[in-house]
Design a protein. Structure first.
Length: 172
């Protein structure tokens, strides 16, 4: 599955994931949302910047992550995991290594998502925010606004899929 951020009808950012049995990522959870791709479309930097400015300054990655968590919540999935630079197939090609490390490891480390001994980043759904006490002075009000907006996105996705998944037979 993928969540795509569009600007003027064009895809500019993609978060791709699949539902896997927990054992795939060495988790105790019965099912996990496994993120396999989280990246912007090449040549769309201006559109990504425009989208970020239009969405409370929230970059596409955390916005799409919030949406994915809403999807997981609707299905009763309580954990997500992501590939890291060491588990991503392109990380072993020197040309892509720094980019992959920045996109995956840097992103999840900044969010405080721990890396498992097996090389995946893993977190319960919903992902816990950093305590406000750790946010710099002068940034707390904006941080609260951003968090509220991401929570709205997560809740909207959860509501939508709860409504539509309840009417459908189970996938498994």
């Amino acid at each position: 599955m993928s969540l795509n951020l569009l600007v003027n009808g064009e895809i500019v950012f993609i978060l791709a994931f699949t539902i896997v049995p927990g054992w795939v990522v060495k988790s105790k959870a019965s099912e996990v949302l496994l993120i396999s791709r989280i990246q912007g479309v090449r040549g769309r930097y201006d559109e990504i910047s425009l989208a970020t400015k239009s969405l409370w300054g929230i970059a596409p990655s955390p916005l799409l992550l919030a949406a994915m968590q809403g999807f997981g919540r609707a299905l009763g999935i309580e954990e997500f995991a992501s590939v890291s630079s060491t588990t991503h197939r392109y990380s072993f090609e020197e040309e892509y290594a720094a980019h992959v490390e920045s996109n995956y490891d840097g992103f999840f480390e900044a969010l405080g998502v721990p890396k498992t001994p097996y090389g995946y980043f893993s977190s319960p759904i919903p992902l816990e925010d950093k305590p406000l006490a750790l946010i710099k002075r002068g940034h707390k009000i904006r941080t609260k606004q951003k968090r509220a907006f991401k929570e709205e996105v997560q809740n909207a996705f959860a509501s939508f899929f709860e409504k539509h998944c309840a009417a459908s037979p189970p996938l498994f």
